[in-house]
Design a protein around this ligand. Structure first.
Ligand code: XLS
Length: 452
């Protein structure tokens, strides 16, 4: 719902008492020749590509913590951004101001979804009950904002990594009482997700891992994590949550080793503990880099198992070994990602959530818009390019031709399970040496480049 100059009732609910971005109007598509930094060059929400609108393909989401809470501090210096919604005052009033700013921002940007951690929305209380009460207050406020703006909740999650009590883990903590506090938090966050009609619920195991193997019983910790997830799943289903639970793989940071290392590790874990029916994966580009994989590798492994639930869009820095959470801007990398999405029928129930922050020295309020516009444009452009590659080039055929020997004869019998190991030996013994067949890697790379 675009915000209007003459305030309608809905505009008033979205904006609250203050307008936080008065210099910014509704962001529109102006095309690739536009010089306006506050306009889309490629993202045109209603443009139809491969049978669906861009809005339906991309399902963009704003990450509350990165956009409204992340003020530029790092371990070498304090915050650099003076957000007008984070001044000192009554904590609930401050949370409401932040939510006013959030919905104004998201409405002007034109994104359909948002995501949060429990304590991004509401201040953490001094007790479990006080935290629950604060969250419930903010959920009521968010309900009105969602109804007035039409913006929906893509996923909720609980921050079970910032509070000092979680320094040795949450569900994998060797102290049972800490595990019970994590459960209380996840329960309240699930209640809030259901109350706000959330489509998914995310588990990112920031401190579910270890700093030193010497003091760690990995087997017990993994079993505790699985039991915890099964209980959370059962509770979620009992209160009417019908969406997917998502696990977000990440190999390290803040822990030295995190149990949800990468897609393949998480899939093995879900299979071992019988969680595959309820859980999918939330793949983050920067986490793939940290795992020494590409973004597209992580997406492909998830898609191969029909577990590609959602995406955290961002990028890392190839020279730094940590999570820089920059906005995506690499057209080659994002095009490869979009190829996987298009070939696998899209994201299953999730969306593209910008888990990305404007950097420490990007201190203008409108940098928040510029960064998101850039992220949305790069995905929209990549969607167009990937669709052209699939519809117009030999890319798909070249790849399937490499496997043609499994489409007929003994290759097809092998795939159907009709041959035994001795049969394979006899086929080899009666065949000439296989010809060397080029993998044509450079030609595949050239095709991507040609269509960009
Ligand atoms: C951090 C994660 C986090 C999750 C939600 O690396 O990406 O922000 O998305 O807890």
């Amino acid at each position: 719902m675009p915000l209007t100059k003459t305030k309608t009732r809905s505009s008033r609910v979205i904006l609250g008492d203050n307008e936080y971005f008065p210099g910014v109007n509704q962001i529109h598509y102006e095309g690739k020749d536009s010089r306006n930094p506050l306009a889309f060059k490629y993202y045109y929400a209603n443009r139809v590509v491969a049978g669906k609108t861009m809005r339906e393909h991309l399902r963009f989401s704003v990450a509350y913590w990165q956009t409204l809470c992340e003020a530029g501090g790092d371990s070498f210096g304090c915050a650099t951004k003076q957000f007008p919604w984070t001044q000192k005052g009554n904590p609930i009033q401050m949370a409401k101001n932040k939510m006013d700013a959030a919905f104004e921002f998201m409405t002007k940007l034109g994104v359909p979804y948002y995501c949060w951690h429990d304590f991004d929305l509401a201040p953490e209380g001094k007790s479990v009950s006080e935290s629950e009460k604060n969250l419930a207050t903010m959920v009521e406020y968010a309900k009105q904002k969602q109804a007035a703006s039409g913006i929906k909740l893509l996923w909720g999650t609980a921050n079970c990594f910032s509070n000092p009590r979680y320094m040795n883990g949450a569900s994998t903590n060797p102290d049972f009482s800490v595990l019970s506090f994590a459960a209380a938090q996840v329960k309240a966050a699930l209640d809030a997700t259901v109350a706000l009609g959330g489509k998914n619920y995310v588990f990112w195991g920031g401190r579910e891992g270890y700093m030193s193997l010497l003091n760690t019983n990995t087997k017990r910790e993994l079993e505790h994590m699985a039991r915890f997830l099964q209980m959370a799943r059962d509770y979620g289903r009992s209160i009417g949550f019908e969406g997917s639970f998502l696990i977000e793989p990440k190999p390290m940071a803040p822990s030295k080793h995190q149990y949800d290392f990468d897609s393949a590790t998480v899939i093995g874990f879900l299979r071992e503990f019988n969680l595959l029916n309820d859980f999918k994966l939330n793949i983050e580009a920067n986490h793939a880099t940290l795992a020494s994989h590409t973004f597209s590798h992580e997406l492909q492994i998830a898609a191969d198992h029909c577990l590609l639930g959602s995406i955290n869009a961002n990028r890392g820095d190839y020279q730094n070994g940590w999570d820089t959470n920059q906005f995506p801007n690499n057209i080659g990398e994002v095009t490869e990602a979009m190829l996987i999405l298009l070939e696998n029928g899209g994201i299953q129930g999730g969306g593209i959530n910008f888990n990305a922050k404007t950097q420490r020295n990007s201190t203008d309020l409108n940098d928040l818009f510029i960064a998101h516009i850039g992220g949305m444009d790069i995905f929209a452009r990549a969607l167009l390019v990937a669709n052209n590659i699939l519809e117009d080039s030999d890319y798909k055929k070249m790849r399937s031709d490499r496997y043609a020997s499994f489409d007929r004869g003994d290759g097809a019998r092998f795939e159907k399970g009709e041959l035994n190991f001795e049969d394979l030996r006899n086929i080899a013994a009666n065949s000439p040496e296989p010809l060397l067949k080029s993998g044509k890697q450079e030609l595949f790379e050239n095709i991507i480049n040609q269509y960009i």
